[in-house]
Write a protein that binds this ligand. Structure first.
Ligand code: PEP
Ligand code: MN
Length: 375
């Protein structure tokens, strides 16, 4: 439970002393004082930890120094949505805004293969007004004999090409903490022509040491993929690991759940959780329709399943789309069958944009436009 005190409550006031005295004597409850120094006022938050389920919210709200009380889930203290409007929602990185109200498209290669493909991809994206992409250099593969990604060796030309085409953010998975340094050193050496969003793959969602290492740095934001075989709560807790170590610039990515029940899709599409994650946390929510669906198969209406799945997520308010495209999918070294074709990019962008506009209109139907803008 979180008790937010009236702004600028003096810590030596009777009101504060009485409030703290009452709370500290609640059985099984520990009080942790958290000071938030804002630009115009100081805010004191009292986190009530431990046995708080039976506490009476009204009783605590009636204490002299308390402005309001919020029941917080112990699970996501920092990233959770606790109706605390002093807390920042979303972030800006390298000139690109990430929030629960806007949408960024990260179309690109599942895995970096050739310089030519990277060049074509970035040129086409740039021609379509895009500033973000996905590029896998370190690939976690099921089979140890499969292509593992070019790793460190491709970073210079990937980053330089990005800079040339004004691509500002590249979502790039890392599988080991040493990759952070490799990326950082390379970007620094090149004069930071682009930016990187560190991606934690579904196989590493609960690699706690990796999460802690990524959370300890604040240079790069993080795209955390949901674990494909664990509960949503467990994946959201994994995101909180990053925040608890100091990096709260996290986008949460839904990418489907591993179960035969999703067949013939590669995974069971879980985009009904887009609004759920936005309700439970303040993280922008990404969808990955490529790894969810896993093929270019189209429905009789002529629309590929990947695009249908994208539409479902975006109409529900997704804030980021991570999607595989490839200039020559038959030549792709990883996940060729699910990559969309470059000539499909303009239609895809149009579809995504229309779905995002529809999400905004849907908020008007329910009278909620702007309600989330203040949080
Ligand atoms: C990917 O995005 O390239 C990837 C491997 O995804 P996931 O971790 O969701 O399987
Ligand atoms: Mn892939």
């Amino acid at each position: 439970m979180l008790a937010i005190l009236h702004p600028d409550t003096p810590l030596d006031s009777d009101a504060y002393r009485q409030t703290l005295h009452f709370l500290e004597h609640l059985p099984g409850v520990t009080v942790k004082v958290h000071e938030v120094e804002g630009a115009v006022q100081r805010l004191t938050e009292l986190y009530l930890l431990g046995d708080t389920k039976s506490l009476d919210k009204d009783e605590i709200e009636a204490l002299p120094a308390v402005e309001r009380v919020i029941r917080i889930s112990d699970d996501y203290r920092i990233l959770g949505r606790h109706r605390d409007d002093q807390r920042q929602s979303g972030f800006t990185y390298n000139g690109v805004e990430f929030s629960q109200n806007n949408l960024n498209l990260f179309a690109g290669l599942c895995a970096v293969d050739t310089q030519e493909h990277v060049e074509i991809m970035m040129r086409e994206l740039s021609a379509q007004g895009q500033h973000c992409t996905r590029m896998g250099a370190y690939k976690p593969r099921t089979n140890p004999y499969s292509f593992q990604g070019h790793g460190k060796s491709c970073l210079p030309w990937v980053f330089e090409t990005a800079g040339k085409h004004d691509i500002r953010v590249i979502a790039m998975e890392i599988t080991h903490e040493s990759h952070i340094e490799e990326i950082d050193e390379c970007l620094e050496k090149l004069g930071r022509p682009t930016g990187v969003m560190l991606q934690v793959g579904t196989r590493n969602t609960q690699n706690f040491e990796l999460l802690k290492a990524i959370g300890r740095q604040k240079t790069y934001p993080v795209l955390l993929k949901r674990g494909f075989g664990i509960t949503l709560n467990e994946s959201l807790n994994a995101a909180e690991y990053l925040a608890s170590e100091g990096n709260a610039n996290v986008v949460f990515c839904l990418r489907g759940m591993k179960t035969d029940a999703g067949s013939p899709h590669r995974n069971m599409v879980d985009f009904a959780h887009v609004p759920t994650v936005k309700r439970l946390t303040r993280m922008p929510v990404c969808i990955d329709p490529s790894h969810s669906v896993g093929s270019r198969d189209a429905a009789p209406d002529g629309i590929p399943d990947v695009m249908h799945a994208t539409a479902q997520g975006v109409v529900a308010g997704a804030n980021m789309v991570l999607v595989d495209f490839h200039p020559r999918p038959e030549k792709a070294l990883v996940d060729g069958p699910q990559a969309l074709l470059m000539e499909e990019l303009p239609a895809y962008l149009e579809d995504v944009n229309q779905c995002h506009q529809l999400w905004k209109k849907r908020q008007e139907i329910y009278g909620k436009t702007g309600a989330m803008a203040s949080t």
